[in-house]
Design a protein around this ligand. Structure first.
Ligand code: SF4
Length: 590
């Protein structure tokens, strides 16, 4: 990390952190794209599943992590509109404005920097996130500091704090606004997994991986919590604050850190924790654990890179990924497989077979992404040297998001055909394997059947938490899906078989509940389909959050209005104002 000057106000500096502005799911001059909404699943996983698609948003966790570790007064604006961002910098005094973005949002960052210069001419502008890996960024935007890598350490140094103090974890749920089959899911405490960020970066260093490149690439990563003990303490605090036993572990390759993981397991056993963990893991690492270890650790969902048949990534060497997926699912572990379209050896002649191979994994969810050289990665460097990158007029950086076109000349795939190959992959997966929701229910049922009577009470308790949902809402959803597919013999049989298994497992009450709630869900499903046909899009609500120092400053200005340091107090009606206590990022591939 490049050393920088310390801000002259140190911990008295007033800081605004902001994500880029929306709306996001539309085509506009700032680089928003209808094809690239602010939704991970709809964007690149369940894209063609219509009303079966899982719709949800995730907060800007990188900014939340920064805010939790800044002692200076710090306000966070997440998902603002351009007008809301401008109002904030017009009406409040800030000494530092920090903006985080991915590559596609460069035009938004340029506009936000220009507005900041206009309204806060003395403020320092700090830009970070994936966009900082663009070597030309300083020529495109007007910022004072472009920070790549560990922003927590950078900000601590900049504000004169102890860089090596223990990292405070934000208290946040992993998603919000979850919606499926036309129903918005309730957000009561304990229903949603908490976010957990043990480390960032991945030492495996695959050539295309922007998250690995961002934190140093091959051989490097940054651990916020180095030991299992530190991690266990952090998780215990999150559990008691958010009242949840489920964690979405935002760590590129969580299981790779074996010593930390095994110590965590030891402490979970000792502390009788029935936690469930949703993790990212490469295949070989996953295979290096026994199923008993994975189940004891509470691994209940895994995001794994399958990349493609005959891909030469060492992380897949000697792994039969189809067998691995099947084994995990038969133990109740839901799998999101990730495949690449457009690897070096992909051609118009072999692409159907490549897609068929990916689909044959029958994962619960399947991400397909174009093989895309992102600035900062070895793949980008290779194309730069070979002169095969396309210039901005041929492909805007706003369109290089991996769901539309290559940003380089592919050796065999030309004329924009990659877009159709990508859609073919999503559609084939949906057509052959059915809605991801049904697959997820099937895997969850397998886990329940296998472990409901497990001798270890801790494991029994975790699995038991799925009983209610399986016999009620999941059964109703399968009933509705079966009705939806009337006329499609294969899918009706598939849904019928799953419904029958649920009936057999949970008896006549489930049969009754499924028929009643299923009718309601079927109506909602049809309504959602009509809504989608009318072009309905989903946008995240904005968040406006102050840390304790910012709240204290605000209270002080209320008590002494004459010495007010705020020009005007303004909080939009639809903005959630949240107190973030100090105890309390977009990935594309694996
Ligand atoms: S793709 Fe996965 S395994 Fe490869 S470097 Fe990235 S996080 Fe690590």
């Amino acid at each position: 990390m490049a050393r920088t000057i310390v801000h002259n106000k140190g911990n008295q500096a007033r800081i605004l952190l902001s994500s880029v502005f929306g709306p996001y799911a539309q085509d506009d001059a700032y680089g928003s794209r209808a094809l690239n909404p602010m939704e991970l699943y709809q964007n690149q996983v369940t894209r063609t599943q219509g009303s079966f698609s899982l719709r949800m948003f995730h907060r800007s966790f990188g900014l939340m992590m920064l805010q939790a570790n800044i002692h200076a007064p710090c306000t966070l604006l997440d998902f603002p509109s351009l007008e809301r961002f401008e109002l904030e910098i017009k009406n409040q005094l800030y000494d530092v404005v920090g903006i985080s973005a991915i590559m596609t949002n460069v035009a938004k960052v340029r506009e936000m920097c220009a507005l900041t210069r206009k309204h806060l001419p003395y403020a320092s502008i700090v830009v970070g996130g994936h966009i900082a890996n663009n070597a030309d960024l300083a020529d495109i935007i007007d910022a004072d500091h472009i920070v790549s890598g560990d922003g927590v350490k950078w900000f601590r140094h900049y504000l004169g704090q102890d860089e090596n103090a223990p990292v405070q974890h934000p208290m946040a749920y992993s998603g919000f606004g979850a919606r499926i089959l036309g129903i918005t899911l309730p957000e009561s405490p304990g229903q949603t997994a908490a976010i957990l960020i043990p480390s960032v970066g991945c030492p495996v260093g695959c050539n295309f991986c922007s998250t690995s490149a961002m934190f140093g690439g091959k051989g490097r990563f940054i651990a916020f919590y180095e030991t299992g003990d530190q991690l266990f303490d952090t998780m215990s605090r999150i559990e008691s604050t958010l009242k949840t036993r489920s964690f979405f572990v935002l760590d590129e390759n969580f299981l790779l850190h074996r010593k930390r993981v095994l110590r965590l397991l030891e402490l979970m056993e000792k502390g009788n924790k029935s936690w469930s963990l949703h993790v990212f893991s490469s295949a070989r690492v996953l295979q290096s654990y026994t199923i008993d270890q994975l189940v004891a650790l509470g691994i209940s969902w895994v995001w794994m890179g399958l990349e493609g048949e005959n891909s030469l990534y060492p992380k897949l060497r000697s792994v039969d990924t189809r067998l691995l997926v099947k084994t995990l699912q038969s133990n109740g572990i839901r799998v999101l497989g990730s495949s690449i379209i457009g690897l070096e050896h992909h051609t118009p002649e072999n692409i159907s077979r490549i897609i068929e191979y990916a689909v044959s994994h029958d994962t619960d969810f399947h991400q397909f992404m174009l093989y895309t050289p992102v600035p900062g990665t070895p793949l980008f460097e290779q194309h730069r040297k070979e002169g095969t990158l396309l210039p901005e007029p041929e492909i805007s950086s706003a369109d290089a998001h991996g769901q539309y076109r290559f940003n380089y000349r592919h050796a065999y795939i030309h004329d924009g055909r990659e877009e159709q190959y990508l859609i073919d992959a999503f559609e084939r997966d949906f057509e052959k394997n059915g809605p991801s929701l049904a697959r997820l229910i099937k895997t969850t049922l397998k886990g329940w059947q296998k472990y409901k009577n497990h001798p270890n009470a801790r494991i029994r308790k975790r699995i038991g938490m799925k009983r209610t949902v399986l016999r009620t809402s999941y059964a109703g959803a399968v009933w509705a899906m079966k009705k939806w597919y009337a006329g499609n013999e294969r899918m009706t049989a598939m849904m019928g078989e799953l419904l029958q298994s649920l009936h057999e497992e949970f008896g006549w009450t489930t049969k009754l509940i499924a028929a009643l709630s299923g009718r309601y869900l079927y109506i909602m499903l049809k309504r959602e389909e009509k809504r989608l046909a009318r072009g309905w899009v989903y946008e995240p609500v904005p968040f406006y959050e102050k840390n304790p120092a910012a709240i204290a400053l605000e209270n002080q200005s209320r008590r002494h209005p004459k010495q007010t340091i705020f020009r005007k107090q303004w909080i939009a009606r639809n903005i959630r104002a949240v107190d973030t206590s100090p105890i309390g990022m977009s990935r594309k591939a694996h």
